[in-house]
Design a protein around this ligand. Structure first.
Ligand SMILES: *[C@@H]1O[C@H](CO)[C@@H](O)[C@H](O)[C@H]1NC(C)=O
Ligand SMILES: *[C@@H]1O[C@H](CO)[C@@H](O)[C@H](O)[C@H]1NC(C)=O
Ligand SMILES: *[C@@H]1O[C@H](CO)[C@@H](O)[C@H](O)[C@H]1NC(C)=O
Ligand SMILES: *[C@@H]1O[C@H](CO)[C@@H](O)[C@H](O)[C@H]1NC(C)=O
Ligand SMILES: *[C@@H]1O[C@H](CO)[C@@H](O)[C@H](O)[C@H]1NC(C)=O
Ligand SMILES: *[C@@H]1O[C@H](CO)[C@@H](O)[C@H](O)[C@H]1NC(C)=O
Ligand SMILES: *[C@@H]1O[C@H](CO)[C@@H](O)[C@H](O)[C@H]1NC(C)=O
Ligand SMILES: *[C@@H]1O[C@H](CO)[C@@H](O)[C@H](O)[C@H]1NC(C)=O
Length: 487
């Protein structure tokens, strides 16, 4: 009897735990609410709600506070059941599947509209109340003439922070794709504000995730922007880049990636059919190797930002016409690849990071210092061109278009380890710019260093030709035989 009652009791308890009701169709939470989850108490995995169930949850948030909602939703069957999450600006995101996804609500709060369709769905969420972070990152200023962006790289601490950026005209903000997809949820905690005031939710431009999904930029109406990151990921980090809008205003879409040996760049499609499309790449190894460019259109490659007067433009490619000019190493940490028209796919090779590069007869390319075009402290270069097939003697032809004339800079060229050919240049013995030099050999090493004297760096172009000495010899002997014969 007792067992039966107990069983009945636990059965009833189970029923009520299966899904809590939502009689009025709406449940409101605010900081005074005793409950901080639905259902309460929260269980994982959450309970199954039946077909045709719907409920709206409203979370009211006072100024200066935020609520982090952790939400799960799984459909046992493929169904159209969903939760629509409305943020403080009434911008919505629809979720069909979520496993402990984070959503952040600042003042005045947000809503979750949950509805099931033809099948039952597991659903539940819990949330915590927190204060805005007080930690402030040193801010920055961006100018129209900048050739590098201002980075805000959130460290891998658990605490949030804010940052203020000023611009000569307007502030433009873009971000890089996180290294793994499970970090995407933290982009919802990055909130961009138009102006210097972060307490004023009416001036929010949106979240980092909205920026990322929109492949776009946020632009301030005045000359300042404030960014609040409510929480940062426990591992890895969020990378934001700020530029003056004068630099970015012509660009219609943005993508970005951070690459290193554990997180290769891979390939990206840039669609510039509606206007220029930019890909921003930050590379931990200071070199990115383009191995292919297919499709249509013209691609501009900048070390730094797609600057207005193009001082840091290192090359321009036409998609599909790159068989002699790729692979190419692009030096420097931050690069912008700007497709100005067409639709092209750019592919990076992440296995060619050392100083050697194989080229063959017909190859062309460039070598630059790592901050070419930017008045920078570090302007170093190192690259060894090796020939494939190995040890073939070729003609190296090259022309220098920029060389620094101040301080203690040096630039050395070694043909076959310096045995057959060597040149060294310094500000007191500079090279002749834009004029070709050539030598024959099997290997070409270019090495330069500015010894930390600020300057705009170094750029040269090269082409690999057939070694014509042999042909000249044949020609010469034919002429000699001819002369002797007729003499
Ligand atoms: C859900 O609602 C629709 C329309 O009101 C109805 O046709 C259907 O039978 C309901 N399904 C269940 C499982 O209650
Ligand atoms: C929010 O957007 C929904 C539709 O997306 C609309 O029905 C609702 O009226 C909006 N609410 C406010 C307060 O603007
Ligand atoms: C931008 O301009 C301001 C004042 O005009 C100057 O102080 C600042 O150094 C400049 N920033 C950069 C990155 O050149
Ligand atoms: C481009 O702008 C930079 C920064 O204002 C300036 O130093 C440089 O001389 C300009 N270059 C050209 C080619 O106009
Ligand atoms: C917030 O912005 C609104 C509209 O721009 C303005 O009226 C209000 O004074 C601002 N509030 C604060 C606290 O700055
Ligand atoms: C590049 O491709 C074109 C057309 O396919 C061909 O004519 C040309 O010889 C190729 N150049 C090299 C260096 O392979
Ligand atoms: C651009 O190219 C990609 C990949 O080839 C393709 O999937 C996409 O449909 C193209 N877009 C347009 C607008 O042609
Ligand atoms: C290339 O030359 C080096 C040095 O003379 C030699 O050690 C190496 O075996 C050669 N490689 C080939 C493939 O001939």
């Amino acid at each position: 009897m007792v067992t039966t009652i107990l069983l009945l009791f636990s059965f009833l308890h189970f029923i009520s735990a299966i899904y809590p009701d939502c009689k009025s169709g709406k449940i409101i939470f605010d900081p005074s609410s005793p409950e901080t989850s639905y259902p309460a108490p929260y269980t994982y995995p959450p309970p199954v709600f039946p077909a045709n169930f719907s409920c709206e949850f409203q979370i009211i948030v006072p100024e200066g506070k935020f609520a982090r909602v952790t939400l799960s939703l799984t459909s046992p069957h493929k169904s159209q059941s969903s939760a629509v999450i409305f943020d403080q600006l009434n911008r919505s995101e629809t979720v069909f599947e979520a496993d402990s996804e984070y959503f952040f609500f600042i003042a005045n709060g947000g809503r979750i509209q949950f509805s099931t369709s033809t099948h039952g769905v597991r659903f539940g969420f819990y949330f915590s109340w927190n204060r805005y972070p007080t930690y402030t990152f040193p801010g920055g200023r961006v100018n129209v003439s900048d050739t590098q962006p201002f980075p805000a790289i959130w460290p891998t601490t658990d605490r949030g922070a804010s940052i203020s950026i000023e611009a000569e005209t307007k502030v433009s903000a873009t971000l890089l794709r996180p290294q793994s997809d499970n970090q995407l949820k933290y982009l919802r905690s990055v909130i961009f504000f138009d102006g210097p005031d972060w307490n004023n939710n009416t001036k929010s431009l949106g979240t980092g995730l909205q920026l990322f999904n929109g492949k776009t930029q946020y632009v301030s109406t005045g000359n300042s922007m404030k960014v609040l990151m409510l929480e940062s990921p426990p591992v890895q980090f969020v990378q934001l880049f700020f530029q003056d809008y004068e630099v970015t205003k012509g660009i219609k879409s943005f993508q970005g990636a951070y690459c290193n040996d554990r997180s290769p760049c891979g390939s990206f499609t840039l669609d510039a059919t509606n206007g220029p499309a930019a890909l921003q790449v930050l590379n931990a190894d200071s070199v990115t190797v383009i191995s292919d460019l297919s499709g249509t259109g013209q691609l501009e490659v900048y070390i730094g930002t797609a600057s207005r007067n193009k001082t840091n433009l290192v090359t321009t490619y036409h998609a599909g016409e790159t068989n002699s000019s790729l692979p190419q190493k692009v030096f420097g940490y931050f690069k912008t690849f700007l497709l100005t028209d067409g639709n092209a796919t750019i592919t990076f090779n992440d296995n060619l990071r050392d100083e050697n590069m194989y080229v063959s007869v017909g190859s062309t390319g460039f070598i630059s210092s790592d901050s070419y075009g930017t008045y920078a402290l570090q302007q170093r270069c190192l690259l060894r061109l090796l020939i494939s097939p190995e040890n073939t003697t070729v003609k190296f032809r090259f022309s220098i278009s920029q060389f620094n004339l101040v301080g203690n800079t040096w630039l050395n060229f070694y043909g076959d380890g310096g045995v057959t050919w060597f040149r060294t240049y310094t500000p007191s013995h500079p090279p002749k710019l834009n004029s070709y030099q050539e030598f024959s050999g099997t290997e070409f090493l270019v090495d330069c260093d500015n010894n930390y004297i600020r300057n705009k760096g170094f750029l040269m172009r090269y082409e690999i030709g057939e070694n014509s000495n042999n042909r000249i010899l044949v020609l010469l002997s034919t002429v000699l035989v001819f002369i002797m014969y007729f003499d």
